[in-house]
Design a protein around this ligand. Structure first.
Ligand SMILES: *[C@@H]1O[C@H](CO)[C@@H](O)[C@H](O)[C@H]1NC(C)=O
Ligand SMILES: *[C@@H]1O[C@H](CO)[C@@H](O)[C@H](O)[C@H]1NC(C)=O
Ligand SMILES: *[C@@H]1O[C@H](CO)[C@@H](O)[C@H](O)[C@H]1NC(C)=O
Ligand SMILES: *[C@@H]1O[C@H](CO)[C@@H](O)[C@H](O)[C@H]1NC(C)=O
Ligand SMILES: *[C@@H]1O[C@H](CO)[C@@H](O)[C@H](O)[C@H]1NC(C)=O
Length: 469
C-alpha cells in the first residue's frame, strides 16, 4: 500500500473516535447562530474519479483514444539532467497547447533540465500535461534570468487543464537558500523563484505530482478560480527559507486534498483576496504549520474569507493552525473552520497573531489592524511543545471576535499548558484544554457594542460558487 494511504487510514480511525465525543456537546449549543452557520459552511469537493483511466499511459496512444500525444523527446529534449531542454519544452508546449485533446508528455525515468519559463495559454480544449519524469532547474542563482526573478515554471491563462503523473518538479534550491537573508543576515533580502505557479487560470487540476527543493515557495496558486489539487507531495528541507508548500493568493474555490507537505515555511499559506478554500486530509511536517496570512504588511488591505480545514495531521511543526496579520493593515479574515486535527509535538498549536512581524526592521503597534472574526476550532487533539498551546494575541483597537473552541485537547510534554488571550472575544464548549477562559464573552462589559448591532455573520451559502471543471 502507498505510504500516504496508510497514513490517512490511521487518521480516519482516530477521527471516528473524535466524532463520537463531539456529538453530545453540540446539542447544547445548536441554538447559537454562529455555530450553525459555521457548521453549514462547506465547499463541495469533487470525487476524485475524473478520467482516472488517463493514468494509464497506453490509452493515450491507442487508436481511437482521440488523444494527440506530444512527447518532449520528439522535440529534441535530451533528458539527461545536464543538457538544456528549455527549447524542447517550449516547442512541445506550443504544439500541444494548440491541438485539441492533446497530452504533453514528460516521460518517466529521465531528468530534464529546464530554465525559467512561462508557459502561456489559452490552449485548446482537453489539454493534459502528463509529467512522469523529473524536471530540474539549473542550480546556479547567479545565472538566473533576471526577467524571471520570481518564477521557474509558470503556467498562466489556462482553462480546464489537468496536470498529472508521478513525476517530480525539482527546484535544485540549495544555492538559493544559502543566498537568503534568512540564512545569513549579510545577504540582501531578495525574492527567489517559485518552482511551480498556476497563474490567472480556471478549472485546473493537479494530481499526483511531487514538487521539491524549490528556490523559494514550492507551489503558488495565484489569481485563479476552481483549482483542485490531489495527492500532491511537497518536499523541501525543514531549514530551507521561505519555501512555503502551497501558497494561495487572489484565488477562489480551491480544494487541496490528500496532500503531504514537508518544508521550511508554511505548509499551506492563504493570503489576500482568497475565499472558498478547502483543505482536506493534509499532512504537514516539518514546516511552519497551516496559515492564513500574512496579511496587512506595509499598511495594506488583506481579505480572506471562508476557509475550511478538515482532517489534518501536523508533526513537529513550529506552528499549528495560525492566522497572522501585521499591525497597520486593514481588511478582514472571516469564517474559518479548523476541524479534526491531530498534532504531534507542535509549537503554537492554535495561534492568532495580530502582531506578526517578519520584516527586517521591527514593526510598531498601530491603531488599524486586519479584523479577525468567526474562527472555529473543533476536534483538535495532540501534543504541544509550547506552554501557550492556545494563543489569541489580538489588537487592542481591533479585537478578535467570535472565536469558538469545541473539543480541543492539547497536552504539554511536562504537563503544564495554558491559553493566552489579548482582546479576544469568544467561547469554548465541550472539552477545552487548556481552558480558554481568557476569551471574554459577548455579553461582558466593555465589549464594543457596535459589534452586537450589526449582522454578525456574513457566510452566505449561495456564494459558494462551485464551478464544474
Ligand atoms: C538557459 O539559461 C542559460 C543560463 O542563463 C542560458 O545560457 C541558456 O541559453 C538558457 N537556455 C534557453 C533555451 O533559453
Ligand atoms: C555570510 O555572508 C558573508 C558575505 O557574503 C560572508 O562573508 C560570511 O562568511 C557569511 N556567513 C556565514 C555564516 O556563512
Ligand atoms: C488585496 O486584494 C484586493 C482585491 O483583489 C486588491 O485590490 C488589493 O490591492 C490587494 N492587496 C494587496 C496587498 O495586494
Ligand atoms: C503605516 O501607517 C502608519 C500610521 O498612519 C504610518 O506611521 C506608517 O509610516 C505607515 N507605514 C507604511 C509602510 O506606509
Ligand atoms: C503591542 O500591543 C500588544 C498588546 O497590547 C502588547 O502586548 C505589545 O507589547 C505591544 N508592542 C509594542 C511594540 O508596543
Amino acid at each position: 500500500m502507498h505510504k500516504m494511504d496508510r497514513l490517512f487510514i490511521f487518521f480516519l480511525m482516530g477521527l471516528l473516535m473524535l466524532t463520537a465525543c463531539g456529538a453530545a456537546a453540540k446539542m447544547v449549543y445548536t441554538d447559537l447562530d454562529i455555530l450553525k452557520k459555521l457548521e453549514n459552511f462547506d465547499i463541495p469537493e469533487d470525487d476524485d474519479d475524473y478520467d482516472t483511466k488517463l493514468f494509464d499511459l497506453p490509452s493515450f496512444t491507442s487508436r481511437g483514444s482521440g488523444k494527440s500525444l506530444v512527447n518532449v523527446d520528439t522535440f529534441g529534449a535530451a533528458g539527461d539532467g545536464v543538457s538544456d531542454d528549455t527549447q524542447a519544452f517550449v516547442s512541445a508546449w506550443k504544439q500541444a497547447c494548440g491541438t485539441p485533446k492533446s497530452v504533453l508528455l514528460v516521460p518517466q525515468g529521465r531528468s530534464y533540465l529546464v530554465n525559467a519559463t512561462k508557459f502561456n495559454g489559452p490552449c485548446e480544449r482537453k489539454f493534459i500535461i502528463q509529467i512522469d519524469g523529473t524536471i530540474v532547474a539549473p542550480e546556479e542563482p547567479t545565472n538566473w534570468d533576471p526577467k524571471f526573478q520570481r518564477i521557474w515554471l509558470e503556467f498562466s491563462k489556462l482553462k480546464g487543464v489537468v496536470f498529472q503523473g508521478n513525476g517530480v518538479i525539482d527546484g535544485s534550491g540549495s544555492k538559493w537558500w544559502a543566498a537568503s537573508c534568512k540564512k545569513n543576515k549579510s545577504n540582501p533580502c531578495k525574492s527567489a523563484p517559485t518552482a511551480f505557479t498556476i497563474e490567472s487560470s480556471s478549472g485546473v487540476k493537479v494530481r499526483g505530482l511531487t514538487i521539491q527543493n524549490s528556490q523559494q515557495m514550492n507551489f503558488i496558486i495565484a489569481r485563479s478560480t476552481s483549482v483542485r489539487v490531489y495527492k500532491v507531495i511537497v518536499s523541501s528541507p525543514g531549514d530551507s527559507p521561505n519555501t512555503d508548500g502551497i501558497h494561495i493568493t487572489g484565488s477562489t474555490n480551491v480544494v487541496l486534498q490528500d496532500c503531504k507537505i514537508g518544508t521550511g515555511d508554511d505548509c499551506v499559506s492563504i493570503v489576500n483576496a482568497s475565499s472558498n478554500i478547502k483543505m482536506k486530509r493534509i499532512y504537514c511536517g516539518p514546516g511552519h504549520g497551516i496559515s492564513i496570512g500574512s496579511l496587512g504588511n506595509h499598511n495594506t488591505t488583506g481579505i480572506v474569507t471562508k476557509v475550511v480545514l478538515d482532517t489534518a495531521f501536523l508533526k513537529e511543526t513550529t506552528n499549528g493552525l495560525r492566522i497572522k496579520t501585521y499591525q497597520g493593515g486593514s481588511g478582514y479574515v472571516k469564517g474559518v473552520r479548523f476541524t479534526n486535527v491531530v498534532m504531534q509535538d507542535v509549537s503554537n498549536p492554535i495561534l492568532i497573531d495580530q502582531f506578526y512581524c517578519d520584516n527586517p526592521t521591527s514593526c510598531q503597534n498601530q491603531t488599524s489592524a486586519v479584523k479577525i472574526s468567526q474562527i472555529m476550532y473543533r476536534n483538535v487533539f495532540g501534543t504541544t511543545k509550547s506552554e501557550k498551546a492556545i494563543k489569541f494575541a489580538c489588537s487592542d483597537t481591533v479585537p478578535c471576535s467570535h472565536i469558538v473552541l469545541n473539543n480541543v485537547n492539547l497536552e504539554g510534554k511536562d504537563g503544564k499548558v495554558e491559553a493566552y488571550c489579548n482582546s479576544a472575544e469568544g467561547f469554548g464548549y465541550g472539552v477545552v484544554h487548556p481552558s480558554a477562559d481568557c476569551l471574554y464573552s459577548h455579553d461582558d462589559k466593555g465589549l464594543d457594542q457596535s459589534d452586537k448591532s450589526g449582522p454578525a455573520l456574513v457566510i452566505e451559502e449561495a456564494e459558494t460558487g462551485h464551478d464544474e471543471l
